[in-house]
Write a protein that binds this ligand. Structure first.
Ligand SMILES: [Zn+2]
Ligand SMILES: [Zn+2]
Length: 271
């Protein structure tokens, strides 16, 4: 059974519950560790300068709660860095996730995971309707996410597929999709940094499967890279969404995974 999660949001960003509510929920589910990964401010989606004060309060409160709950659960201070987040924002953090939520095109930041409607509009407006050109820009950033964010865990590698559950936007078996995705995957596999298995789109009803999809997961697992199984939770009800099912899947496939931050850090320092 998985009793940890390193991808947790709260009311400090776009989560529905406070840090303390998330901690209480984790304890009630028998968790032994919880890592908070509030969205790092990014030049892409808000004026990040105005968020620094809030970020500092977030860090201080997580650190305070670490002490308060020390005898009940291990709490870790993390950040979900976006490709366009400034690296120094992670100062004082125990770990970070590295994610791509936006691409930069025609002088504008395009949010790739906001809604299906916006994704389609952006592709029409900025890529002449060519989804594969849009996807290529996404994976070009993703290929560089470890170098750019210095993350400990690679977040939702194929997030660009979020609204494509039924394959109606593009075909993940199309050579153009595979070529763009594979280039990013090869680049990230070379870094040996752990990839997360992210069940967040399942709990939010967008997808029936986790990120990354099966064939990508197999490339990573076969390369001997360990996974971190995360729920990308935004409320108290989804902290443990499918985590143990994903663990069983990895066990069946014989792939490695890390469940404590100590192990994640130890693995990274061995690279
Ligand atoms: Zn994310
Ligand atoms: Zn997240």
């Amino acid at each position: 059974m998985i009793t940890s999660n390193y991808h947790t949001h709260s009311t400090y960003c776009d989560g529905a519950n406070t840090l303390e509510e998330m901690i209480e929920a984790a304890i009630s589910k028998g968790f032994t560790e919880i890592g908070f990964s509030g969205h790092a401010p990014s030049s892409a989606y808000f004026s990040w300068e105005s968020r620094i004060e809030k970020l500092n309060r977030y860090k201080a409160e997580v650190n305070m709660l670490k002490e308060k709950y020390a005898d009940k659960i291990k709490i870790h201070l993390g950040l979900e860095m976006d490709y366009f987040s400034h690296i120094e924002l992670a100062e004082g953090c125990d770990y970070t996730l590295g994610s791509v939520h936006t691409i930069y095109k025609d002088g504008k930041y395009l949010e790739i995971d906001h809604s299906k409607k916006i994704q389609i509009e952006d592709v029409n407006e900025h890529y002449n309707g060519d989804f594969y050109a849009y996807i290529d820009d996404y994976y070009t950033l993703m290929a560089d996410v470890v170098a750019k964010t210095k993350c400990d865990i690679i977040g939702h590698f194929d997030l660009v597929t979020k609204f494509n559950e039924h394959g109606d936007l593009f075909d993940i078996n199309d050579p153009r999709y595979i070529n763009s995705m594979q280039k990013a995957l090869n680049a990230l596999i070379k870094t040996r940094i752990p990839f997360e298995i992210n069940t967040g789109a399942i709990s939010r009803g967008y997808r029936t499967t986790s990120y990354p999809e099966q064939s990508i997961l197999e490339c990573i697992g076969n390369a001997g890279i360990p996974f971190v199984i995360n729920s990308d939770t935004h409320n108290v009800n989804t902290i443990d969404c499918n985590l143990t099912l994903e663990q069983e899947r990895l066990d069946k496939l014989g792939y490695k995974y890390l469940t404590t931050l100590k192990d994640i850090k130890q693995y990274i320092s061995s690279l």
